[in-house]
Design a protein around this ligand. Structure first.
Ligand SMILES: [Zn+2]
Length: 247
């Protein structure tokens, strides 16, 4: 007997497969991340093509074959069509789906991840300014890694637990948070950060978009945030790679 599965999912990636098919990497509500084969979906008369696409949320139905899961039905719930109209939001959408696709290992289901993806894609869909789109990426990244268990300590020094001096702040990716001047001097590991970056990061982790969207982010602050995010991203890439090896 063929088992049919119904769920809703967000499409992180699509790749052409054979002559007329496509494989979608979908983060689903009930089965975590799954690869679904859209058989003959690139044919003009395909029933499926009107219900699923890159960066869309769809109601989906699939069957489990011996090797692959095959899509049998798809209906759009949200397709965020404004994103592809603006290059800055398209670039951020690609970055978000790349990070999500590479950091989510497999079939762990987590509604918080799906909610976050919808939250950031709705924001991107309405984002007219490049600076806002970039901030949406930071908002996604830090909240996403927090859901995965890598939430940074931002209140006290993560090493000695002392109160932080706002003029001498460092972020240590390997320690997983902000460290004080003394701990930095001992370890020589971390990057100097501005107190404004720390404030923005705290607002991001509180998901206070009302305030975040009103902040005027200077070029210096933007560069500092980008540097900090990139630093933690590269560190987590190396951690997750070594976790994969140990499985
Ligand atoms: Zn310390």
């Amino acid at each position: 007997m063929i088992m049919r599965y119904k769920t809703k999912g967000f499409v992180l990636k699509k790749e052409d497969y054979l002559d007329d098919s496509r494989i979608f990497s979908v983060f689903t509500k009930d089965f975590g991340k799954v690869d679904l084969l859209g058989r003959a979906i690139r044919k003009i008369n395909s029933k499926l093509r009107g219900g699923i696409g890159l960066f869309s949320l769809s109601d989906i139905e699939f069957i489990q074959g011996r090797l692959k899961k095959t899509l049998t039905d798809a209906v759009f719930l949200e397709n965020f069509k404004n994103i592809s109209r603006r290059s800055h939001s398209s670039i951020v959408a690609c970055k978000i789906s790349e990070v999500a696709d590479s950091f989510i290992k497999g079939q762990e289901q987590d509604e918080k991840i799906l909610d976050l993806l919808l939250d950031v894609f709705l924001k991107l869909d309405k984002s007219f300014e490049e600076s806002k789109s970039n901030l949406i990426y930071q908002y996604f990244f830090w909240n996403f890694v927090s859901i995965l268990g890598y939430n940074p300590e931002l209140i006290n020094c993560i090493n000695c637990q002392k109160k932080l001096n706002p003029y001498e702040l460092y972020f240590s990716s390997s320690e997983g948070g902000v460290i004080c001047k003394n701990c930095y001097a001992l370890k020589r590991e971390g990057i100097k950060i501005k107190s404004d970056s720390l404030k923005v990061l705290r607002l991001i982790l509180r998901r206070d978009w009302d305030i975040l969207s009103k902040i005027k982010i200077s070029e210096t602050l933007k560069n500092s945030l980008v540097n900090l995010t990139e630093n933690y991203y590269l560190y987590l890439c190396s951690v997750l790679k070594s976790n994969f090896k140990n499985v």
